[in-house]
Design a protein around this ligand. Structure first.
Ligand code: LRH
Ligand code: MN
Length: 424
């Protein structure tokens, strides 16, 4: 569904005076508000191709209708999100769920929607129809050399798809592990995985990055072979300069200090990027900032501090991606909310008075340090995020415009109520 400019302008005109009042107030409160707005305009978050339909669990899936039935329709839906917030300028594909039949045509279609291709994701956590050997007992870790080889070849295939689309990174998440004590020799599993990753790494183009995503548990429930940041770090350290650790916020054991993990990986130059989402218990893949917004802010606080300490470019030196699943919400509304929450946390982190914070830390003035951070978190930066959208030609209130334009209803009329999207 194409979103005409005049509809965005009409929407913004209705909201303009209220917006300008709020913007004037917050700009009087935050010294560097202009610089923050500019950074927000340039900040793009990749949308996962596998999260444009309704998600589900083993207990059930309740489709909302109008889901994208093809890669082309997925690109249209991400294009619509990008037209609404101008912060979703990239799509991350999952192979084989989204194999481009005609890569050139797909590239052209994406460009027409202002989209580039972010990391491509391999999949050796499912057996595909007609697949010769099963991944039931793992892929890169597997005791069987032929199964490891099959998984390595799949990853090299995924790199080829990515090169055709202009992507420059491969994300590997391995469900490999074990469900019972004694099932797996941990050291052999590590060695097999490392040797397999080395063969994949050798196929990574010079300007590419390999992201190794860790996860504490699920679908294996006793051990995971890339189970935490330390294990991922040990692999990527051995692989080489093009290998980095990817942090999916939902992949940690309860109460893990993710902002500290981010600070250390960044310091080591081995932080590759993120899969943003939120969770209360397991890998719930909920809307970013919906459960632990303060944690999301603290993560961005470490990111701004650590990236500036290394002179990194906020817009391109890390992979900014969402990884969510929508069981009860409209997938597109949920993704709009996730992008908004991420942009707000980034803006709040940019508003932190770092000189004052460093001084408080050097003087062990715990209260002052806490006040500085909590003040930034309690600052309503939404007018800055909205202003960035306005300046980029997008909507002041994307979710409201999405609803006013009855986008979901139109998609259901166009695609049907039973249309099911590939993905989780
Ligand atoms: C695993 C994961 C991984 C994807 C999958 C869709 O839980 O986060 O990033 O491959 O979800
Ligand atoms: Mn993920």
């Amino acid at each position: 569904m194409q979103l005409e400019k005049y509809k965005i302008d009409a929407h913004n005109n209705d909201l303009l005076s209220a917006h300008q009042r709020k913007l004037a107030f917050i700009s009087s409160e935050i010294e560097n508000s202009e610089a923050i707005i500019q950074k927000l305009v340039n900040f793009q978050i990749a949308i996962p191709s596998w999260a444009l339909g309704t998600g589900g669990t083993r207990f059930g899936r309740f489709s909302g209708g109008g889901e994208p039935r093809s890669l082309e329709e997925k690109i249209e839906d991400v294009g619509l999100l990008h037209a609404l917030n101008n912060s979703s300028g990239a799509i991350s594909l999952h192979i084989p769920w989204d194999i481009p039949q005609n890569p050139q045509a797909i590239k052209v279609l994406a460009a027409q929607h202002g989209l580039r291709f972010d990391a491509v994701n391999s999949n050796t956590f499912q057996d595909q129809p007609g697949q010769e050997k099963t991944y039931k007992f793992g892929s890169l870790q597997n005791v069987n050399r032929d199964i490891r080889k099959q998984a390595i070849e799949h990853n090299i295939e995924v790199i080829k798809h990515g090169i055709e689309l202009g992507s420059d990174s491969l994300t590997i998440w391995l469900s490999d592990g074990s469900c019972f004590p004694g099932q797996l020799n941990f050291r052999k599993a590590y060695q097999n995985t490392l040797e397999s990753l080395e063969e994949i790494y050798a196929a990574i183009p010079d300007n590419w990055k390999l992201f190794l995503e860790y996860k504490a548990f699920e679908p294996n429930f006793y051990s995971t072979t890339v189970g935490d940041w330390g294990q991922s770090y040990s692999y990527v350290k051995k692989l080489g300069d093009k290998a980095f650790t990817l942090v999916d916020l939902g992949h940690h054991l309860p109460n893990a200090n993710i902002e500290q993990i981010v600070a250390l990986l960044l310091m080591e130059g081995k932080l590759g990027g993120f899969h943003f989402n939120d969770s209360k218990y397991g890998d719930d893949d909920l809307t970013a900032g919906a459960i632990k917004p303060y944690q999301l802010f603290l993560i961005f606080n470490e990111l701004v501090d650590g990236m500036d300490a290394r002179g990194m470019d906020h817009t391109k030196d890390l992979g900014w991606m969402i990884d969510a699943s929508h069981n009860v919400k409209d997938p597109l509304e949920d993704l709009l909310q996730s992008v908004e929450a991420i942009m707000m946390s980034y803006a709040q982190a940019l508003s932190v008075d770092r000189i004052a914070l460093n001084k408080a830390q050097d003087e062990n003035d715990v209260v002052a340090a806490q006040e500085i951070l909590q003040n930034a978190f309690r600052t309503d930066v939404r007018p800055l995020v909205a202003e960035a959208r306005l300046r980029a030609g997008a909507a002041l209130n994307p979710v409201a415009l999405y609803r006013n334009l009855k986008v979901r209803e139109n998609l259901i009329n166009e695609r049907g109520a039973k249309a099911v999207s590939t993905g989780l």
